[in-house]
Design a protein around this ligand. Structure first.
Ligand SMILES: [Zn+2]
Length: 442
């Protein structure tokens, strides 16, 4: 982490997310030592911080850095490899065979570097990852200077990464021990899904989550098929099985949560669990429509995720905000469901809260770390601007993100990434593409 010069960022609009629902006109954010020092009117700020370097953003909205609450970053290397398929055929016929043949530490490092470049260019400053070889994802996140929550993945079947659930857990915990004090890193226990992790391993994970006060990042109720199979095999729905095993609690980040009964929505609310809503992935895999308005109404904390680039195919949080807002309205048959400010909160503070990071990031508040993104609203397709939050959710795209800071460090300025030359990465991406393309031929 580089120490940066104290800087005063003066924007046309500052959208702090906390307090909720406000837009600050002609405000400045003073940052120093990676921290947000103050948020104040620009006229006052110039007098109060005369020694700070200045960045003027006259047509821009400054927002908290976006939090991608669910991804498999390395899967960027499989972007567009197999499309237009339902979840189980997509996994069983394409993704799992390709992963078993090709995924290695180098694959994860290269794929995650690519993902970090894409995410930073779209205003994402923090991602919650679940994939094999998380130590390689750590290297990539640190090399690109992104904030990351790394999943200590657990899955019943053996891979080149680990042989059985105990081996997965041991490797994940060793990685956590090594990096637990790093300012940009945090860790989640990451059982892949109820249908790929046995009761014994889930029980151990529940105990560890309580002991370590560690989030549990898990795909839950993604498809109707997952639920039918669980009822046949276990005599109960997956969420009920997770509850009995002790997984459902304030640490749970329940990914997708597409198919939920009213009682299950109440269960998630009562236990203080979070949901990672991934609207594009749910639409593309035809998984269904998550009852987001009902979850929010019940008081469930709902953040937004892109899922992996093989099922989206963009790691684009701005697009997920728009999808989430539009889809929630259609599903609830209520145009007032998930208004723009709520969608922005889901993509920032709610994601941070799910990861236990809301004291540190997720809003523009003095004392929090300076994870920030600016969007340039001067383009014709964004004019006029009545309400910059409406524009963020319904109108702007990631191509309008101009500046990004992580922990006070400027990662992108005027759409140019800084300190992001990864020698040989382009060539290696082409090699991975060739290997994956030939996967059926040997
Ligand atoms: Zn996923």
């Amino acid at each position: 982490v580089q120490s940066e010069v104290p800087t005063l960022i003066s924007a046309r609009w500052v959208i702090p997310v906390e307090p909720a629902g406000i837009v600050l006109d002609h405000h400045s954010v003073a940052i120093s030592g990676g921290l947000i020092e103050a948020v104040l009117p620009t006229a006052e700020a110039m007098a109060a911080y005369p020694g700070h370097a200045r960045i003027d953003l006259p047509d821009h909205a400054l927002i908290p850095g976006l939090v991608n609450l669910h991804t498999h970053a390395a899967m960027t290397l499989m972007r567009g490899m197999a499309d237009d398929l339902p979840l189980m055929r997509w996994l069983q016929e394409h993704i799992w065979p390709a992963e078993s043949k090709h995924v290695s530490a180098q694959f994860v490092r290269d794929g995650t570097l690519l993902a970090c470049a894409e995410m930073l260019r779209g205003g994402i400053t923090c991602f919650n990852d679940m994939y094999f070889y998380p130590e390689a994802a750590v290297e990539a996140a640190l090399e690109s200077g992104m904030r990351a929550a790394l999943g200590m993945i657990v899955i019943d079947f053996p891979t080149a990464y680990a042989s059985d659930p105990d081996d997965y857990l041991a490797k994940g915990l060793a990685l956590r021990d090594r990096y637990r004090d790093h300012p940009l890193l945090s860790f989640c226990l990451a059982p892949h899904a109820p249908y790929t992790v046995s009761d014994g391993a889930l029980g151990k994970i529940a105990t560890m989550a309580a002991e370590l006060d560690c989030p549990v990042h898990c795909h839950v109720h993604e498809t109707q098929d997952e639920i039918s199979r669980s009822v046949a095999e276990h005599g109960m729905r997956p969420l009920e099985r997770l509850r009995r095993l002790g997984i459902v609690g304030p640490n749970l980040v329940s990914v997708h949560s597409v198919h939920l009964s009213d009682a299950e929505i109440a269960m998630l609310a009562d236990h203080g669990s979070s949901v990672a809503h991934c609207p594009s992935s749910n639409l593309k895999l035809a998984s269904g429509f998550s009852p987001v308005a009902a979850l929010l109404k019940a008081g469930v904390n709902v953040g937004l995720g892109t899922d992996g680039a093989a099922s989206n195919n963009r790691l684009d949080a701005l697009q997920e905000m728009r999808q989430a807002a539009l889809l929630a309205k259609a599903v609830a048959r209520d145009a007032e469901a998930v208004p723009a400010h709520t969608a922005l909160e889901m993509a920032t503070l709610s994601g941070a809260r799910a990861l236990g990071l809301d004291a540190k990031i997720g809003s523009i508040v003095p004392g929090k770390r300076a994870d920030l993104a600016a969007l340039d609203f001067s383009a014709p397709e964004l004019s006029p601007v009545f309400d910059p939050v409406s524009h963020l959710v319904y109108c702007a795209g990631r191509e309008h993100v101009s500046h990004v800071w992580v922990d006070g460090s400027l990662k992108m300025a005027d759409r140019t990434l800084k300190h992001m030359d990864f020698p040989g990465l382009d060539t290696r991406i082409k090699l991975w593409q060739n290997n994956l393309k030939n996967r059926t031929e040997s």
